[in-house]
Ligand binder design. Structure first.
Ligand SMILES: [Zn+2]
Length: 402
């Protein structure tokens, strides 16, 4: 039964191809950064509403988040398709989130076209501010995933990979305050806030030698003074602190804060710090990944072999994967070697290969949603694996860090 439904869903997707590409390129042409994605979320909500979804805008305390629901023919699981649609400051859609937002709604529309023959519910969750703002962390905390059984999202990439983890990550914001003075006539009266920032970077470099290989600490100076002849009374920096697991990432974060405090102590400046919501590491559900891979291969997608040591960044999908079974596959939209957050990748996100990747992302999620709704045995196995993996992780954390 499912294969017939999948064929019909894929036919719907092929028929809507131009409309979907149009949505993707429209979002790409109107880049909006974290929490400012008003046009993109409105476009996605309007499209879902026109197709009969019940749409709630501004959910979970976030103005640009949304939830859209469509029901099948009876009680059953809730399958969530997640949309991202935020751009990067200055670079625009250099992470290809225009494809991610469009893919989620495309898959939902296709699943809805056969939903009268399936139990359960398809939900699209619009998740703002993946680039640093932690939209999904906030939505998880505010209960938006409480009634969700399983969640999927597809990210564009230079390669096609179904299973890849991500690093736990926290953004650290540092502000140093000192005292201004004339840099030539009265340097002894000044307290140099910039010098405290420079010492912080040097301290972090000293710390780096003693970190485990999976840790990543990288920063920028966001304010370094106003003129060379004034001792800076204010300076600011931003670090990203990451590791394979949350527990160690938090330990490293505490050490980086000590580096900043030491820089402040040495110069006489004071330091204040704040963080964004921490991103957890992604725990991919292997049962779900297997079903997804089979679906992709059935429509001709070639999944790349995983590399010995896959590297990657961080995503707030990690936090979702700690509360419901989840996957975060990658679809090729750019030549191998072209990484995200570059101008080349931004162009790829609206290239013919980008459009092809979009359609594959839509089909992969639509077909897997049909599997999850139409095959209770699969859903049970997905949930069993989740219970076991998450419990295992919790035991590991308790053993090591508490
Ligand atoms: Zn991204």
């Amino acid at each position: 039964m499912n294969s017939n439904l999948k064929e019909r869903a894929n036919a719907t997707i092929d028929a809507q191809r131009d409309a979907l590409i149009n949505i993707s390129t429209t979002i790409h042409a109107n880049p909006e950064i974290a929490f400012q994605e008003f046009k993109a979320s409105a476009l996605l909500c309007d499209t879902l509403e026109r197709s009969g979804f019940a749409v709630t805008r501004g959910v979970g305390g976030l103005e640009t988040a949304f939830r859209a629901e469509a029901y099948g023919n009876g009680d059953g699981p809730t399958v969530a398709l997640l949309a991202e649609y935020d751009a990067l400051p200055e670079l625009g859609h250099a992470c290809g989130h225009n494809i991610m937002g469009t893919a989620a709604i495309g898959a939902a529309l296709a699943a809805k076209s056969v939903l009268a023959e399936l139990p359960g519910r398809v939900v699209v969750i619009g998740t703002p501010a993946e680039e640093g703002g932690g939209g999904k962390v906030i939505l998880v905390e505010n209960g938006i995933f409480n009634d969700v059984d399983v969640a999927m999202i597809v990210h564009p990439s230079g390669r096609t990979i179904v299973v890849r983890g991500s690093l736990a990550s926290t953004r650290l914001f540092l502000e140093f305050s000192g005292r201004a003075s004339h840099a030539a006539a009265a340097p002894e009266d000044g307290i140099n806030a910039l010098e405290a920032v420079i010492l912080t970077f040097n301290n972090v470099n000293g710390l780096r030698l003693h970190l485990r290989p999976d840790a990543r600490v990288h920063g920028i100076i966001t304010h370094g003074g106003t003129a060379a002849n004034i001792i800076p009374d204010y300076a600011a920096a931003q670090f990203s602190v990451r590791a394979a697991k949350q527990g160690y990432a938090q330990q490293v974060l505490r050490r980086v804060i000590q580096c900043a405090e030491a820089g402040a102590a040495a110069t006489g400046a004071t330091v204040k710090f704040s963080t964004n919501p921490s991103y957890a590491e992604l725990i991919p559900n292997m049962t779900l990944a297997q079903a997804f891979t089979e679906n992709w291969e059935s429509v001709g997608v070639r999944v790349d072999e995983p590399r010995l040591q896959e590297r990657g960044g961080s995503t707030d999908m990690g936090n979702v994967s700690h509360v419901v079974p989840a996957i975060h596959p990658y679809i090729k939209i750019a030549p191998d070697g072209v990484g995200g957050h570059t101008i080349e990748f931004r162009e790829a996100a609206i290239s013919p290969l980008g459009h092809e990747g979009l359609i594959y992302a839509v089909k992969g999620m639509a077909m897997t949603a049909i599997d999850l709704l139409g095959n209770p045995e699969l859903m049970t196995r997905v949930k069993d694996e989740f219970t076991e993996t998450v419990q295992k992780q919790r035991v590991e954390r308790l053993g090591k860090f508490e």
